[in-house]
Structure formats: C-alpha cells, structure tokens
Ligand binder design. Structure first.
Ligand SMILES: [Mg+2]
Length: 466
C-alpha cells in the first residue's frame, strides 16, 4: 500500500483532508453513575477526533480519549495541536504503518516538553493514533482484533517503539512471543467467535448506590452470567465493610469480588484497609495508591497477599508498566485503550505482560472504553498470550447506545465484533446532542440553568430591597 510517487517526487493517492475534533460530554454525574472515592461527580466525556480522507471508499478514522468532564476542552486543544502532523498525510502510508505516526507524534520536539509520553498530550496522541488504526482496519475490511491477529509478527514488531523498554523486551523477544502466539490461533479464533471473551461488571459497585441497589444489581450480574463483580471502596471503612458484606451475601462465595480504591490511599493505609476487608475474600485491590508509585505497589502486594494487586488505568506509558512488572508490583495488569499512545503502545504493554506471564484485565467503562479495549484482549487471546485464564475485561452498562457498533455481551462474555474498524464510531445524532456547550442537550441545559439563576437573583433582590 505504498503511495505512487510522481516525477516531481510528490506522493499521489488519497490523503488526510480533514481533522475534526469534538468536545462531547454526558451528564452522568446526575445519577451518581461512575461515582468512586476520588471521582464523586464524573460527567463521562470524550475528546473525539475524526480523520477524513479523499479516498473514494469514504472511510473515516475515528478515535477519542476519555475524560470525566471539565478539562475535556483542554484535551481537545491537545488533539488540535497535533493537526500539522496529520493534515495532508498520505492515507495509504498511514494505514500501512500507523507506528510511524505514533513515533512522529511522540517525537515532536516542542510538544514532547509537555510530557514526555504522559498526561494530556500523550492521551491526545492516543486518540489520534487510535483513529489511524480504526481507519487502517476499516480499509482492510476487518475488525481491529482480527486485523492485528492476522498481521505478520514481523510487521507487528515494526509497529512497536522499543525505546526505553529494550532492556527487558527486545524486538527479538517480541518476535518470539508473537510467533509462538500464532500457534493454534485458528482454533482460538473459532472459540472466540463461538463463546466471546469473559467480562466482569462494575455496574453494581458505585459508591453512590444504596445497599438495596447494590444487592439488586449484584444478583442481576450473576444471573447475567458474570463470574466477577467489582465494588468501589476507600471513602469510609465502616461503609465498605457493610457494602462488601452486602455484596458477598448477594452473590455467594463462588463469585469473585474485586475492589477498587481509585488511588485513594497512602501505602500504609492501603495495607490496613485491604486487610480490614480481607474477611470478605476480595479478589484484587485495584489502584490502591498513586499509579506512579511502583515501589509502593510492590510493598502493598507483599503485605496484602493473597489479595491480588491490580493497576493500570492511569499508568501513563509502557515504561511505567515495565517497572511495575520488573518490581513484581502487580498481579493483574490493567491496560486502558485510550490513555497511552494508542494501539502501538498497548501492543508493547501486552508484549511486556506476556513476557512476565502477568494476566491482562483491561480497564473499561467510561464512554466507549469497552468498545475499544475488547479488540486488544481478543487479539491477545487469539495471537499472543493464547489464553483467557484469569483474564476478564471490565464491563459497565453505560452509554453504549451512542456508538454505531456497541459492544454485545452474552452470558457475561463480550461477543467478538464483526464490523470493520475499532468500534470507535459515535452516532452522529449523539455528537449533535452532547457536544459541549453547543449541542442540543447542553444548549437547553445551560439556558435552563441561566434562567433559574436569573429567577433566583430577582427573588433575592425582591426580598432585600435597598
Ligand atoms: Mg478502576
């Protein structure tokens, strides 16, 4: 798929002709959906990007990164800063080699100062690089998981940036892992299509829910076929003891209950709090402390075993994942499809996990994260780790209706997507409604709030005449 070169040396063929960005926000904080010990009022949001080309096939690349409300505009501005790298780029070359786009973006010497490879700028790169992978998979006519699983190991290795990780994972190591991973992939692909990939659900466990709602949703999760649920913890120990007792009573002894503190604690608190909940047999403690504290996680892990330690949704890049694995700091590695620098970097992280033999249980939920990350786990099963043992993808039952290809759960398993691409495409009607602040929902909501404020002000003025 190399672009034709004219006598003047200018590549011809389709190019990226438009880079559109959208600040999309959903008012989820009003139902306490998504509430946890650190994030009590999230409005699930997507800083969303669409790459258009002038190719006759009409395919577009869609990507986004997830935020929880305020700051989504900052995230969109970061994506806008990448526009010069994208506009006019030959589409064939981009799709043949998205890894080079990733390296160009992380290597922008001025923007790199804002990271490097971390934070808002890196998340913006992730959104754009994922959009390129979406476009590549759509043009190949395959869902992304299959696009990756069908790819030659040598090509996959060429997509990974080994800088800063080659001390523990060389290109040769990666090639060996991918070649071994392909053995038996036809059989696993058939199993995946028949059975799907196991999921677990966080829907019962938000902090803002009543015990009655927790019990009802936990029982429903088991009835729906899930073998693991997750509860948010870390705001109040007495509450957590009561909620964990309630959940355990609802699901019985055989269902795994993970707990998630969303970085609430210092190392010592994490140890004490987790031990205080140990009688309810929690399966893992997730994000017990800062995602940057590699050695702290290692200390917690030693102290709370056999409760496992999980982290990753806020781990900023492959280098920190490398250190978590080197330090023996985690039992469960939680990739996120939209925090690091896109599919290429998650390939590096999946390879690191495979090398260390640590199971990957992705972070999902938010808006669109389930849709994206299922592809990475399915690729890992079919063509890398070769197993789903002790591996589950997080599932949260929110906002899927806004996507043209929403995830499908059957019997607690993610069904393998068939549609070409990365399942990132949001419905045009949802974009029109929830773009902030001008979409139809927000325009009406903000007008209503302004009218209420004016009414309150005039009522106050009448009560206190000058
Ligand atoms: Mg979490």
């Amino acid at each position: 798929m190399t672009a034709t070169v004219t006598a003047a040396g200018t590549p011809t063929g389709p190019r990226i002709t438009a880079v559109e960005t959208y600040d999309i926000r959903f008012p989820t904080s009003r139902q306490l959906d998504g509430s946890d010990a650190m994030n009590p009022d999230p409005d699930y949001s997507a800083a969303y990007v669409v790459l258009r080309t002038d190719a006759p096939d009409g395919h577009e690349g869609h990507g986004f990164t997830f935020t929880i409300g305020r700051g989504n505009d900052v995230q969109v501005a970061a994506i806008e800063a990448l526009r010069p790298h994208l506009a006019g780029r030959p589409a064939d070359e981009l799709c043949a080699d998205p890894g080079t786009l990733g390296r160009d973006l992380t290597g922008d010497s001025q923007l790199r100062w804002l990271g490097p490879e971390k934070g808002v700028m890196h998340m913006a790169i992730g959104a754009v690089v994922n959009a390129a992978w979406d476009l590549a998979a759509k043009r190949a006519g395959k869902p992304l998981w299959q696009f990756l699983a069908d790819a030659e190991p040598e090509w996959l290795v060429s997509q990974v940036d080994f800088r800063y990780i080659a001390d523990v994972l060389t290109p040769q190591d990666a090639l060996g892992l991918l070649r071994r991973g392909r053995e038996g992939r036809g059989e696993r692909e058939a199993l995946l299509r028949a059975n799907g990939y196991p999921g677990y659900t966080t829907s019962p466990g938000w902090l803002g829910y009543s015990d009655e709602k927790l019990t009802r949703l936990a029982r429903r999760a088991v009835a729906d076929g899930f073998t693991q649920i997750k509860l948010k913890v870390g705001a109040d120990l007495a509450d957590d003891i009561r909620r964990l007792r309630t959940a355990r009573a609802a699901v019985g002894p055989d269902i795994r209950i993970a707990i998630d503190a969303n970085q609430r604690w210092n190392v010592g608190e994490a140890v004490d709090w987790t031990r205080a909940l140990a009688e309810f047999d929690p399966y893992w403690i997730e994000e017990p402390t800062s995602p940057d504290d590699v050695l702290g996680h290692a200390e917690i892990r030693k102290a709370v075993a056999p409760v496992k330690v999980a982290t990753g949704e806020h781990v900023q890049n492959r280098i920190v994942f490398k250190q978590l694995l080197q330090a023996g700091a985690i039992d469960v590695l939680q990739i996120d499809a939209a925090r690091v620098g896109g599919v290429n970097e998650n390939l590096a992280i999946l390879l690191l996990a495979a090398k260390f033999g640590v199971p990957v249980c992705p972070h999902a939920g938010g808006v669109g994260l389930c849709e994206l990350v299922q592809h990475l786990s399915m690729f890992d099963y079919v063509a890398l780790s070769g197993t789903t043992e002790n591996r589950v993808i997080e599932y949260v039952d929110h906002l899927h209706e806004h996507f043209t290809e929403p995830v499908v759960l059957r019997g607690g398993h993610y069904a393998a997507p068939d549609a070409p691409g990365f399942s990132a495409t949001m419905r045009p009607g949802s974009i029109a409604e929830f773009t902030y602040p001008g979409g139809t929902f927000w325009a009406a909501d903000l007008a209503g709030a302004a009218a209420a404020a004016r009414a309150a002000a005039s009522a106050a003025a009448e009560e206190s005449p000058v």
